[in-house]
Design a protein around this ligand. Structure first.
Ligand SMILES: [Zn+2]
Length: 406
């Protein structure tokens, strides 16, 4: 959903034009002047290394396992570098998961008319939403709780059991990016990847039938742990799941099988603006964890923390520090509700976590200073605040204008 990462199409086109130029002019030059060739190689290595570092940071903001094996050690999606394919790295050993015995009884599974296919999340599909394309433009679907649910409904939806979409073999597919997951190799010749699960209920290699419980929806994996639980689903002909572009669009597949429509993702444009000021205007607001300390590991996520003097416990308005488009992750476990505001023109994103109430929804356009949520320091003593500029996490302190607590 965040828009701070370039879409793969542009890079593919760039790669094509670079290859074209290489064939025409660069290669003959390099052959005649070997020093130029050596310099070019060194520059290319430096460029690749710095790109990889930048991309790894950017990946922390929003989940990104669609086009890569969940266990790729670099964490860099193949689609984002228009260069040779990253070699396949064997999946990391699956983290231990407590499979309940017996497996819970799962009800409310929705089947297609033939009975050969089951909607992968147990319960009413109308509780969920997904877009035609994954947030980065790829063909995966993030199936997540729709807006307008009560907190109890939201909690049920984000703990729902996942079931095999069709009959086949369930293979564990877990790693640091996609978290716990399965690839269901369907008898229909199609592979279905389930990412970010919280529990795996069947052993690797289990023969499953359509609708058979596999585990639970979750937010495991480095890229999902700070956002709300959802199912990352990607679909592809046997053994092509990690090819990009994927040849099967997951949302279209869900529509074909179950007649369920995706939700269009709003794409408003907002004029160039950059973050300024603090998300709370209280005179006692202070930086209580600096960016330096957060970077050094004081926090799970490298945000600065904003707090008040002890005892100041009134509920405060939280305001946007940027003109942009909103993306909300609701009631997350790690830092409460997370409000992300992106100005795509400036490639700038602010992330405010720790609010108890949000007053905006996904796709809303907000302006600087607009109230977007409320924060109760008695419930959550600090607000977490981050700025991504050009996809890279930067120190927000100079923009905040807040004193640093002793
Ligand atoms: Zn996803």
């Amino acid at each position: 959903m965040s828009k701070h990462v370039s879409r793969p199409g542009r890079l593919t086109a760039l790669g094509r034009s670079i290859r074209h130029a290489g064939a025409q002019r660069v290669w003959p030059l390099l052959r005649s002047r070997p020093y130029v060739a050596i310099l070019a190689v060194v520059l290319a290595l430096v460029f690749c290394a710095s790109s990889v570092i930048g991309l790894r940071v950017a990946l922390g903001l929003r989940d990104r396992p669609p086009g890569i094996p969940a266990a790729t050690a670099t964490g860099v999606p193949a689609t984002m570098i228009a260069l040779p394919t990253i070699p396949t790295i064997p999946p990391a050993a699956a983290p231990p998961t407590a499979a309940p015995t017996p497996i819970p009884t799962v009800t409310g599974v929705v089947f297609d008319s033939s009975g050969a296919y089951a909607f992968p999340v147990a319960g009413d599909p109308a509780t969920y939403r997904w877009a035609h394309y994954h947030w980065d433009g790829t063909n995966a679907a993030d199936i997540e709780a729709r807006f307008g649910l009560t907190r109890a409904q939201f909690e049920a939806a984000t703990r729902a059991p996942l079931v095999a979409i069709t009959s086949g073999t369930a293979l564990h597919h877990s790693g640091n990016i996609g978290g716990l997951g399965y690839v269901v190799q369907g008898d229909d010749g199609i592979d279905y990847y389930y990412g970010h699960m919280s529990e795996l209920w069947v052993p690797d290699g289990t023969r499953v039938e359509a609708g058979q419980p596999l585990g639970r929806i979750g937010n495991t994996g480095a890229t999902a742990r700070f956002i709300e639980p959802h199912l990352h689903l990607s679909v592809g002909p046997r053994d092509t799941l990690w090819d990009q572009p994927a040849s099967i669009n997951a949302a279209e597949q869900l529509q074909t099988l179950f007649g369920l429509a995706w939700q269009a993702r709003p794409t408003p444009t907002v004029p160039f603006a950059q973050p300024a000021g603090a998300p709370v205007t209280h005179p006692d607001a202070r930086i209580v964890t600096t960016f330096e300390r957060a970077q050094a590991g004081a926090l799970a996520e490298p945000a600065v923390e904003i707090g008040l003097a002890p005892g100041a416990a009134e509920t405060l308005d939280v305001v946007s520090t940027l003109d942009g488009v909103v993306n909300v992750s609701r009631w997350t476990e790690a830092y409460g509700t997370r409000i992300q505001i992106t100005n795509e023109t400036a490639d700038s994103t602010v992330v405010i976590s720790g609010v108890q109430e949000w007053l905006v929804e996904d796709g809303d356009v907000v302006t600087h200073g607009q109230v977007v949520g409320r924060w109760n320091p008695a419930q959550q003593p600090t607000l977490h605040y981050m700025i991504y500029q050009n996809g890279v996490l930067i120190d927000p302190t100079p923009t905040l204008g807040l004193p640093i607590a002793e």
